[in-house]
Write a protein that binds this ligand. Structure first.
Ligand code: FPP
Length: 251
């Protein structure tokens, strides 16, 4: 039986960084015999609620996958609609995000997206850059392999031009050359709509993230679904390749 009671979480064991693959907008619309665009629009409310909840809980970083380098393959109508939605989202939400001290970043090369969209994004980044609340990363025209190649190319140039020695290249240096140089790696990766895939999202950064896949479609994803994912994360025994406390005790 479905209840409305709020999922309980431990406020002392929150993930510092949550990353989300917001999937299922198309299926949500299809089930209602509606165009895919309506699913994306409905997904905007889920995004708004998720940002609010992360902010209220005191989560440090939220990263969402809004548009991938592969999403350009979708019909032009759908791509244009997604870009328009992003402009609308910033238009409607920016004041409130700013009041709540949210700091907005974009991960990915957004130089190739429509001008109107670029202008809004730059306005949002500029306005919120000194905010000290939730760091909200929007992955836009983002692909993780591209990000890794960009970092590698920059490192190679530094080596060739003598600013860096090959032996200085380590985990930390590489992490700081990625688009996510300003945040720690995600503790929790959530994927909605049930697929067991990473879809070229944060491949380097999720090495030790806990992954929660829910069957809930993104437009249906509400505060309680986020709390449920956090509760699931809190049940996990994070070992980072080592032993758990329990295992250590039995040795
Ligand atoms: C995946 O659903 C979702 C996207 C490609 C875009 C995500 C966009 C939003 C949630 C809209 C609001 C976002 C911003 C930043 C304003 P899908 O189309 O792949 O769904 P399907 O797998 O069911 O077809």
């Amino acid at each position: 039986m479905k209840t409305n009671s709020q999922v309980q979480i431990d406020p002392n064991n929150l993930p510092q960084h949550i990353a989300i693959i917001m999937d299922g907008n198309g299926r949500w619309a299809k089930r209602r015999f509606m165009p895919r665009q309506i699913g994306h629009r409905a997904g905007m409310s889920s995004l708004k609620e998720t940002v609010q909840t992360c902010s209220q809980l005191g989560i440090s970083v939220l990263t969402v996958f809004a548009f991938s380098t592969e999403n350009w393959k979708r019909p032009a109508d759908e791509v244009n609609y997604l870009m328009k939605l992003l402009v609308e989202y910033i238009h409607k939400e920016l004041d409130e995000l700013h009041e709540n001290k949210v700091q907005i970043h974009v991960l990915g090369d957004y130089s190739t997206i429509p001008e109107e969209c670029k202008v809004e994004i730059e306005r949002a980044i500029r306005l919120t850059k000194n905010n000290q609340g939730l760091i909200f990363n929007i992955a836009l025209n983002y692909g993780s392999r591209q990000e890794i190649l960009d970092a590698t190319r920059h490192i190679a140039i530094d080596v060739v031009e003598g600013r860096l020695k090959p032996e200085e290249i380590n985990d930390s240096l590489f992490s700081h050359r990625l688009y996510t140089y300003h945040v720690p790696d995600p503790d929790l990766l959530i994927r909605t709509a049930g697929e067991m895939r990473i879809s070229n999202f944060l491949l380097w950064q999720i090495a030790y993230s806990e992954i929660v896949v829910t069957n809930v479609l993104w437009p249906d994803f509400r505060k309680n679904d986020l709390l449920a994912a956090i509760a699931e994360y809190q049940k996990r025994d994070r070992r980072f390749g080592g032993l758990s406390h329990k295992q250590e005790g039995s040795k």
